[in-house]
Design a protein around this ligand. Structure first.
Ligand code: F3S
Ligand code: F3S
Length: 113
């Protein structure tokens, strides 16, 4: 699976959303998240992200791995401000912006610069 890593934080360019053929890139507040089960691993999103935030799982570093687990948390765990998990809705466009982030992303410091 492909994973959106910390480089997306507070950038949220969204080119990946337009590129994804299965509409599986979901919008949080400060970051976007790829659905681990809906993604078909085509890699199109990774080619268009201007900050190279999207990484194939086997190429992840330690921090990137945290974001792989975090993607599961985003969809399958209750979050602050969103008590019910969203599971696999089958389309980000239909769902619209989710408006909350995981604890990991919420706690991340804003990028400096
Ligand atoms: Fe983020 Fe890059 Fe997509 S900045 S929203 S992962 S195009
Ligand atoms: Fe979509 Fe990227 Fe997966 S374009 S199918 S999220 S690899």
């Amino acid at each position: 699976v492909y994973v959106i890593t910390a480089a997306c934080l507070d950038v949220t360019d969204r080119s990946c959303v337009d590129e994804c053929p299965v509409d599986c890139v979901y919008e949080g507040r400060r970051k976007l998240y790829i659905h681990p089960e809906e993604c078909i691993d085509c890699g199109a999103c990774a080619r268009v992200c201007p900050v190279d935030a999207i990484v194939w799982e086997r190429d992840l570093d330690g921090d990137g791995h945290a974001h792989l687990g975090d993607a599961h948390a985003f969809f399958y765990r209750p979050l602050s401000g969103r008590p019910k998990p969203i599971g696999a809705p089958g389309g980000a466009g239909m769902l619209g912006p989710v408006g909350v982030d995981t604890d990991l992303v919420t706690a991340a410091r804003p990028a400096v610069g």
